[in-house]
Design a protein around this ligand. Structure first.
Ligand code: SF4
Length: 297
């Protein structure tokens, strides 16, 4: 994780835990360089989840794309995280393996999937954003099929190498962040989703506060655009995004997600999200199975 290079990261994890703020790195990490105390802190302070980008199971294959990486070190760090999870008796951090399908790693997809299961990781195979780099088709009929990577495919339509949006379900996941997990840059810029890097969905959060920024007109308008009830507008980042262009071209709009359900959803809807985190941090492993059985989770 790049965030793991921050010299304060252990203190940040501990502080967030004490303040009942749930942290995660679902946007991606490579786990090449993580210090031992940080590997322990991830489990101890219940860091919610990490998506790890691993494009091969041998160094030869892995380093073809992640030039300076060492996949053995990545696996070692994952095993250490799992050992810390056992030690701290927690299911966190949840681990997800993202593998980009290339021609040069097609033969390692099946063993990678098996290894992910062994390591307790979810496994996702994605298509490369650049169809000309080591294309899968070049390897013949045994080549794996993959879901296109919308985070890459959804770069601004005008940017070099931008692809039309595909992999609809995953694409929607990124757009749904506007409702479910609006992304905020370190400098307070309201990025909205993890794809957008070229504009803002409204006021700077550090300047006007979270509530006002998220209640802004531009973010609300963007949601209407994505639902197909408002035309594109130049000041909304989606207008320049290949994902939106794809959705609009196919007239396949985003459906606004339902409000969070269950006991946790009820508490979140009433501004008690941190209470949910506090309860989950302390009693989640005992409470969750009960709530699931009662269909209240
Ligand atoms: S269409 Fe908008 S919300 Fe969806 S990925 Fe692009 S910038 Fe993000």
């Amino acid at each position: 994780m790049r965030s793991s290079l921050n010299p304060e990261i252990e203190h940040i994890l501990a502080y967030a835990y004490r303040r009942s703020v749930a942290l995660s790195a679902w946007n991606g990490a490579n786990l090449n360089h993580v210090k031992e105390p940080v590997l322990e802190a991830l489990a101890r302070y219940k860091f919610r989840g990490i998506t790890c980008s691993i494009d091969g199971i041998t160094n030869e294959t892995y380093a073809a794309y992640r030039r300076t990486g060492n996949v053995e070190r990545v696996f070692e760090n994952i095993r250490k995280i799992n050992a810390n999870k056992r030690r701290w008796k927690t299911r966190y951090p949840k681990l997800r393996w993202h593998m980009i399908a290339f021609g040069h790693n097609a033969h390692e997809v099946a063993p990678a999937r098996a290894l992910a299961a062994e390591l307790g990781m979810e496994f996702f195979l994605k298509a490369s954003w650049d169809p000309n780099y080591s294309p899968v088709e070049a390897q013949g009929p045994t080549a794996p099929t993959a879901v296109p990577d919308p985070a890459r495919a959804a770069a601004p339509a005008s940017s070099p190498g931008a692809q039309p949006a595909q992999g609809e379900d995953l694409t929607r996941t990124y757009c749904l962040q506007l409702w479910e997990q609006p992304q905020i840059n370190f400098d307070g810029k309201l990025l909205g989703c993890c794809v957008n890097s070229w504009g803002a969905f409204g006021h700077n959060v550090l300047e006007v506060g979270l509530e006002r920024a998220l209640g802004g007109e531009r973010l609300a308008y963007a949601k209407r655009m994505l639902q197909g009830t408002a035309p594109a507008r130049d000041d909304v980042p989606c207008t320049a995004c290949a994902t939106y262009v794809g959705l609009a071209g196919a007239r396949q709009w985003i459906e606004a997600p339902p409000p969070p359900q269950g006991v946790a959803g009820f508490l979140k809807r009433h501004g008690l999200g941190r209470t949910v985190v506090w309860i989950n941090n302390r009693y989640g492993s005992q409470l969750l199975p009960v709530l699931e059985r009662l269909r209240l989770a």
